[in-house]
Design a protein around this ligand. Sequence first.
Ligand code: SAH
Ligand code: SF4
Ligand code: F3S
Length: 491
Amino acid sequence: MIDRTKNEEFEKILEMIDITKPAPAEEPQRQYYFIAKAREYVAEKVREAGRPLTFCVTTFGCQMNARDSEKLTGILEQIGYQEEADEEKADFVIYNTCTVRENANQRVYGRIGQLNRVKRQNPHMLVGLCGCMMQETAVVEKLKKSYRFVDLIFGTHNIYKFAELIVTRMESERMVIDIWKDTDKIVEDLPSERKFSFKSGVNIMFGCNNFCSYCIVPYVRGRERSRSPKDIIREIEELVSDGVVEIMLLGQNVNSYGKTLDVPMSFAELLQEIEKIEGLERIRFMTSHPKDLSDELIEVMGNSKKICKHLHLPFQSGSTRILDQMNRRYTKEHYLGLVDKIRAAVPDISLTTDIIVGFPGETEEDFLETLDVVRKVRYDSAFTFIYSKRTGTPAAAMEEQTPEAVVKDRFNRLLSEVQKISSEVCSVYANTVQGVLVEGVNDHDGSLMTGRMSNNLLVHFPGDESLIGKIIDVELKECKGFYYIGEMVKK
Ligand code: SAH
Ligand code: SF4
Ligand code: F3S
C-alpha cells in the first residue's frame, strides 16, 4: 500500500481516467476509476454546500483496524473530503468497528444512535459503518431494521472497494450494503494516509486460521493469507523514503507468516530481509502466537540490530487444561520454556501479554495457574480481559459459564498482581541512557516531549518539536510507575 495521497504520479494516473467510459474490471485500476468519479460527485456537493466537506473516521479495536482506517482516510482525502476531528461537525462519519468482546459492540450501538440526531441537522451528512462487527449477520440485520439512516455498510474483506461503494451510494439514494463472507484477494497500491509521519503499521498477513475456541476473529477476518515479501519490502522502502523510521508488522499471528505463499517463507526470513532496508531503524511486530514461536525467530531477534526489544506473547491462561479447551495448542510448561529461551537470547527484552479470566469451566485452581505464570514471567505489562461470550464460537456453547461475581473477583486479583509487578519491572531502567523515538509534545505539559524506548516504555523529557520523528539518547531520571521522566543526553 503506497502513501500516494500527495503523490504527483498518482494525480497523473487519475487525470488519464475517462469516467464517461465503463469501469475497468481489474484492480487496483477499477478503484482508481471510482476515486476519479467520486471526486466529481464530491466537488459538486462542495459547490452545493458552498463550503468544504469534511470527514471523521473513528477506529474501534486493534492495530489492524487502525491501519485499515488509514486506508479509508487516504481514499476520503483523495476524493476531496477534509479531515475533521470533531465527529459531530463532520459530513462523512465512518465507524471502523470491533467485535472481539461484547462491550465493544455495545459502545458502537450507543454511538450510532447519537449520530441520527446529528444527521437530521446536516443534509450533506453520510454515515458509513465497516469493520469486524459488520461481518456478523445479526448485526447487519439489526442495522437494516432499526438504523435506517445509515448510508453505507461494508465488511473487512472489501475495504479496498471504499471509493466504489461511495459512488454507488451517491448514485442511488438508499442504504448500500456490501459484505463478503471471505476472500483470497489482496489488492495492493491504493492510497493511504498515515497518522504519524515517522512510524507506520504494515500489514504482512490478513485473517486467522487458529480458531481459538473463544475468539470471533477467524469468523470476521477470514482465512489466513500472507502478502508477498516483494510487496511488503517495497511498501517499507517507500515508507522509509517518506520519513518513516519505525514500522510495526501486523498480523493476527505473525509467526505463521508465509506458510500459504506460492514460495513459502518464514517470518524469521522475512524479518532478515526487512532488516536490510537502509534508513529503517526500528522493527516491531504484533501478534505472536506461542505455538508458532520458532527457535529461528528467537535467534534472529537475538542477532538483530533493528528489531525492538519487546515481545507481545499472549498466554491467555496458565492452566494447561483450560489452554486445551481454548484450542491454543501449547501447555503452561511449553510457554514458560519459550520465555526462558527468549530471555536467554535477548536478556533485556520486555515481555507483554494478553490474559483472559473466566473462560467457561475455569476453576480457582486454573486461575491460580494463571497467577503463577504472571508471577514467574513478571511481565512489563499485560492486557487483562474478562471472558466475553461470542455467538458462533465453540466456547459459547460450553456449559459451566463461570458466575459473574467469581470472575470479577479473579479479575481484580489478577489486575492488582499485574500492576504491582509491572511497576517493579518498569523501574529497573532508572539512571540508564536509552534510545528514544520522539513521538510528539506531551499531552499534559507543553514543555515536555514524549517518546518511546525500544522496549515500548514511554519517556517524557524537556525538548522541542524539532525532535519529533528522531531517535535520540535520553537519560532516565525517574520512574513514575509506567513511564519515565528523563533528560536528553547532550552529544
Ligand atoms: N491474534 C491475537 C489476538 C487478537 S484479539 C493473538 O492470538 O494473540 C486480542 C485479545 O483479545 C486476545 O489475545 C484475547 O486475550 C482477547 N480476546 C479474544 N477473544 C476474547 C473473548 N471472547 N473474550 C475475552 N477476551 C477475548
Ligand atoms: Fe483469535 Fe486465536 Fe486467531 Fe488470535 S490466534 S485472532 S486469539 S483465533
Ligand atoms: Fe477487533 Fe477485528 Fe481487531 S474484532 S480486535 S478489530 S481484528
